[in-house]
Design a protein around this ligand. Structure first.
Ligand SMILES: [Zn+2]
Length: 307
């Protein structure tokens, strides 16, 4: 069984202005590195379909979806938040980013592929039920997890988030839903300044101080994520795969490298093989230093491809 690689050309057309770190070149950097490493033959490539509105409404309010739809400009940029804006392609890109995760979920649940990587933007983990923020419009991973519950009848869905920023949107959406476990590591104190207030039985927040290296990250995963995941026995695992905790990333201050992303992907794979029939859906979130992003994502995907 192969790994699905899901993306769409319109994800390259969403752009938030000159010099914005969340730029189309990010997806090109990943593609270039996969090309260089010769990984594409091992991947089953798909174009992302647009998500259906009712799929979004499982986790977002009608108001939120309507606000995004009605903000879409014909020309130029419209700002929704100081660092989050829409151009004429953003709305379609946002619907297809979510659609990628829906397709990935269906392919993995049908057993058509072993696992999947969604190389999409805009990212999603800061989008709350009712608010676009932090480069995010719709919460791609959350909509996927809700689809696994509603459409495929799963009752134990795990989301692991190793992006350097806390996935406040994902926590907002699933705080009161024990069917979804969220395991997260993030730099703290740091944007969006949430997540450190504590954990619950299904929200496992592990704040890391600036400067933390791979060893500290691995200890956090080993001590907090893995026992919680083993006890939860997830039927599918989503990864909010942000690579901005890389030591070369200029937006944040953690010091991971490619070997840490390989290691954590192996750990997640072991949990998935043990409890979830290997089902993993990995979805791009952050990662802004282009070369480091390309190398890290390719190393991560290479582990997903291993049989
Ligand atoms: Zn991030």
């Amino acid at each position: 069984m192969v790994t699905a690689f899901i993306t769409h050309p319109v994800c390259l057309k969403h752009a938030m202005g000159l010099g914005h770190p969340e730029c189309p070149e990010r997806l090109e950097a990943i593609k270039r590195q996969l090309d260089t490493a010769g990984i594409f033959p091992a991947l089953q490539q798909h174009d992302a379909p647009p998500a259906e509105r009712e799929q979004l409404l499982r986790v977002h309010t009608e108001n939120h979806v309507r606000r995004i739809e009605s903000s879409a400009p014909q020309h130029g940029l419209v700002s929704l938040d100081p660092d989050t804006s829409m151009n004429p392609y953003t709305l379609e890109a946002a619907f297809r980013a979510v659609g990628a995760v829906i397709l990935a979920t269906d392919l993995v649940m049908q057993g058509a592929v072993a696992n999947a990587f969604c190389s999409i933007r805009p990212p999603g983990h800061h989008a709350t039920r009712d608010q676009a923020m932090g480069f995010c419009f719709f919460n791609n991973v959350a909509v996927g997890a809700a689809h696994a519950v509603s459409r495929h009848g799963l009752s134990r869905v795990a989301i692991v988030d190793f992006d350097v920023h806390h996935g406040n949107g994902t926590e907002d959406i699933f705080r009161d839903d024990a069917r979804v476990m969220l395991c997260s590591t993030f730099q703290h104190p740091f944007y969006p300044y949430s997540g450190a207030a504590g954990s619950s039985d299904h929200i496992i927040n592990v704040p890391l101080v600036a400067g933390s290296n791979g060893e500290i990250f691995r200890q956090a995963v080993t001590r907090y994520w893995l026992p919680a995941l083993d006890a939860f026995r997830p039927e599918i695992i989503y990864i909010s795969a942000g690579f901005d905790a890389h030591r070369e990333d200029y937006l944040a201050g953690l010091n991971l490298d490619e070997t840490d992303y390989v290691w954590v992907t192996e750990q997640i794979k072991t949990v998935a093989d043990e409890h979830a029939q290997g089902r993993i859906i990995s979805v791009l979130e952050g990662g802004y230093e282009l070369a480091a992003l390309g190398r890290s994502a390719a190393a991560h995907i290479q582990v997903l491809c291993r049989s």
